[in-house]
Design a binder for this molecule. Structure first.
Ligand code: COA
Length: 513
């Protein structure tokens, strides 16, 4: 531990252990903690909280930027510390508790949490726990690999606990761009007109009176766990590249495209890697998370600038970033998530939004969150912030899941995150459906023809034809049958008709809880 990282001497006396700092958190409190898609999360105080919960009742509302690393959600869920959780998670144990009704999960657009705190729709944050690289002479907190909701938590919390992570080099100073939205009704337009613009300060201002504790840690972020591209995700990327090239040729976009947003996970990461093989150049990103693919595009020179709320990288790529910090710092800005995902800016810049669906229906409604319409997977994340306001809203998915027993194209989605009105383009490895300017009956034909897996295509056509014939309407459906693919899956572990009993697949289906 070195006090060099606390450049404001008034805070030297606040250094303590994580166990001592955790004492500021009491049963029933709301805690705002840094962390966004495994990046910049707190490592020591949450573990101390879980330990304390072994000997006393301790249930909290935990608000973060997005998901956490270090199994923190698992550890807190196992210790029964989480009464309420928002706005996003990806942990298997927590998911099980959410789906058992034991943790109340509020699945929220990621741009909205800070607004809802500011507007007092949510209980105020009692304690903020924020990871930092260092604290400046003027009491500015320099975040680490994410900004998330940390600025809002710090503005609101009665007590602030800072976790200084000594494994993060101080050269991170200068990468962040912190802009605070004013309260309504006097809010001004956010003065950002290009992805590479910096409009704020490189630090989050602390009110030193409210800093209750400073804790030192040395653990790096959990490395990204996305899988490398495969044949299907490469095919999806190729469809998107071809489509965007046509858009440029048709004069609807410059050849630098408009700024790109790409969602989390394996598919989105692979799609972005696909731009390495494209003829595009001078690209920019205005996204919420940068994965390895964004760094690869910066390295290749295809990407000129990347703006986001966090960087979630594999170990090797993170090392490359910190070894060449001057290069990356001039090309990356990390912002609060209410700015990275702000609908005002998404609309102004004309973002190309690339997000992932679990499934979509023949009319283009997208389910990104609920397996079989009931069971939470991860959450909507920022996909809705971008999809509704984007210049082009693209959703991707493999055409089948679970060894082909699930079709990602279904008659009707049993849960809707993105309505047909917010979806322009759907892509699977089979092909791309451009839905712009099409009415629902036209959309259905294009989606089935271009995106559905051959194993399911004829049955979808049959459903659509009978819906047109017997039910009619603007958006024809056979209501008795609309969810029959999902109920069939629940009964037989396959959406395919008349499937034999299959114990391995039943066990896998049970694990999806
Ligand atoms: N029904 C049930 N399970 C399905 C499914 C479906 N229709 N489609 C995919 N899955 C399962 C896969 O089998 C896989 O399961 P496994 O982890 O047990 O292997 C899992 O969902 C993840 O799918 P994968 O194909 O590996 O894609 P991914 O890692 O890219 O994740 C989402 C896909 C949709 C789960 C993920 O992108 C997500 O949570 N999106 C919503 C949030 C979001 O878009 N955020 C963007 C801005 S943060």
């Amino acid at each position: 531990m070195t006090l060099d990282r606390i450049r404001h001497p008034a805070l030297h006396g606040k250094v303590m252990t994580a166990t001592e700092a955790a004492r500021f958190i009491q049963n029933g409190m709301t805690v705002g903690m840094s962390g966004f898609t495994r990046a910049g999360d707190c490592k020591a105080v949450p573990a101390a909280l879980a330990q304390r919960a072994e000997s006393e009742p301790l249930r909290i509302t935990l608000i973060t930027g997005a998901s956490l690393g270090h199994d923190t959600d698992k550890i807190l869920a196992d210790a029964d510390v989480l009464a309420r959780r928002l706005p996003f998670q990806v942990d298997r144990t927590l998911r099980r508790k959410i789906n058992a009704g034991e943790v109340m999960f509020i699945d929220q657009h990621l741009s909205e949490t800070a607004e809802q705190l500011r507007g007092h729709h949510l209980a105020p944050v009692d304690v903020a726990i924020i990871e930092a690289t260092c604290i400046t002479e003027d009491g500015g907190l320099i975040p680490t690999t994410s900004v998330g909701n940390s600025a809002q938590f710090i503005q609101q919390a009665r007590h602030i606990i800072v976790e200084i992570n000594e494994s993060v080099p101080t050269s991170f100073e200068g990468m962040h761009d912190i802009y605070n939205l004013e309260a309504r009704p006097h809010r001004q337009p956010v003065p950002l007109t290009a992805a590479d613009q910096r409009i704020g300060q490189p630090y989050i201002q602390l009110d030193l009176e409210r800093v209750a504790a400073v804790v030192f840690t040395r653990e790096p972020d959990s490395p990204s766990n996305v899988l490398p591209p495969d044949a299907d995700t490469r095919a999806i990327a190729a469809h998107i590249n071809r489509f965007l090239a046509q858009e440029v040729k048709a004069g609807r976009m410059p050849d630098t495209l408009y700024p790109l947003q790409a969602g989390i996970g394996t598919i989105a990461n692979a799609v972005l890697h696909g731009f390495e093989d494209s003829d595009f150049h001078g690209l920019t990103m205005y996204s919420e998370v940068l994965q390895d693919s964004a760094i690869a595009l910066l390295d290749s020179g295809k990407l000129a600038f990347a703006s986001a709320a966090s960087m979630t990288l594999s170990g090797d790529v993170y090392q490359r970033v910190i070894d060449n910090m001057d290069f990356y710092k001039s090309k990356i800005a990390l912002r609060p998530q209410e700015i990275s995902n702000l609908p005002e800016i998404v609309r102004r810049l004309g973002i190309i939004a690339l997000n992932t669906a679990l499934e979509f229906d023949i009319y283009g409604n997208v389910n990104s969150t609920h397996v079989n319409g009931t069971h939470m997977m991860n959450g909507i994340g920022g996909s809705g912030d971008f999809a509704r306001n984007a210049h082009l809203s693209i959703f991707v998915s493999k055409s089948i899941a679970k060894h082909g027993d699930i079709s990602s194209v279904v008659p009707m989605v049993p849960h809707v995150d993105h309505t047909e009105h917010d979806v322009d383009i759907l892509v699977t490895e089979i092909g791309l459906a451009d839905l712009r300017g099409l009415a629902p009956r036209e959309r259905a034909i294009r989606i089935i023809d271009n995106c559905a897996h051959p194993d399911y295509r004829e049955e979808l056509r049959d459903y659509f034809n009978r819906a047109c014939q017997y039910a009619g309407g603007q958006t024809p459906h056979l209501l008795d049958e609309a969810f029959s693919w999902h109920t069939r899956y629940l009964k037989t572990q396959s959406m395919k008709p008349a499937r034999a009993h299959h114990p391995v697949r039943e066990a896998e289906a049970a694990l999806m809880d």
